[in-house]
Ligand binder design. Structure first.
Ligand code: HEC
Length: 241
């Protein structure tokens, strides 16, 4: 019987190498979750701690690497909202003073933030025709131009402070957006929402002395509430807004 000898050519050597490598490197384990043979495991398994995994440094029930901030601390540059979450506090929102002045640039900035953060529900023109409503079946919010505010009055009468308050704490079917939008951005968005609802910006009309007095009183009330809120939320980071 004649046996064909396999010639030692470069092609055959390469084939033999891949054949051998595929046998060695293929996982033979029955566990489908096993990575099998790991070439340089450091590349797969980082020695640094994973955010949501167990960390031996913290024993006990909660041993997750991600820790809660120390009670009472706030991030650097955090702008806290001076009012608490109650109907009484909402009434004071009207007298909050915007930290930003009206300008075309601010309107453009507010629009850009509005499109990203609100238009999927409220619609690009504020007529409650965002995709979450039209396709997702989410209850439609009231229209900014012709709808009624749940707090009484019309949506187009809402002051910037009231809109900022709603963004901060949410309202009924709308959740709070405080963790996603900085306080100054909320003011910029509120300015744009007012523009959508038909408000004309221009010179502020002069207040009568009586109006000035009532504004002053409310401002004092806001300051008083702000200090109460600060005391109440001390040591309770979750309640900070
Ligand atoms: C998930 C959908 C959704 C998003 C996102 C959303 N809203 Fe709303 N919003 C609603 C709904 C629904 C209501 C009506 C709440 C109700 O009466 O149940 C509402 C109500 C409001 C009101 C009126 C509250 C009142 O006085 O009755 C304002 C103002 C408002 N939203 C502004 C905003 C702004 C500004 C943003 C973006 C920062 C935003 N919303 C993002 C769904 C949303």
């Amino acid at each position: 019987m004649k046996i064909n000898k396999i010639k030692v050519t470069t092609t055959n050597l390469i084939l033999a190498f891949f054949g051998f490598a595929s046998v060695v490197m293929t996982s033979c384990k029955s566990d489908p979750n096993s990575a099998g043979f790991e070439f340089m495991p450091d590349m797969y398994r980082s020695p640094s701690y994973e955010t949501y995994l167990e960390n031996a440094t913290y024993g006990g029930k909660d041993s997750m690497s991600a820790r809660l901030p120390v009670a009472g601390t706030i991030p650097r540059g955090f702008e806290s909202f001076p009012l608490g979450a109650s109907e009484e506090d909402y009434k004071l929102a009207d007298s909050l003073k915007s930290p930003i002045d009206y300008s075309e640039e601010m309107i453009v900035y507010g629009e850009e933030r509005y499109i990203k953060m609100c238009s999927h529900c409220h619609g690009e023109t504020g007529e409650a025709d965002g995709l979450v409503v039209t396709n997702g079946g989410f209850p439609p919010p009231p229209s900014y131009t012709s709808g009624k505010s749940g707090h009484g009055g019309m949506m187009n009468e809402l002051s910037a402070g009231e809109i900022v308050y709603t963004i901060t704490y949410g309202y009924k079917n709308m959740g709070s957006h405080a963790s996603q939008i900085s306080l100054s951005d909320r003011w910029a968005i509120a300015m744009y929402v007012q523009k959508l609802s038909g408000k004309e910006f221009g010179e502020a009309k002069d207040e009568t002395p009586a109006e000035q007095e009532s504004t002053k009183q409310t401002e004092t009330a806001v300051e008083a509430t702000a200090s109460v809120v600060a005391v109440e939320t001390e040591g309770n980071v979750e309640n900070e807004h």
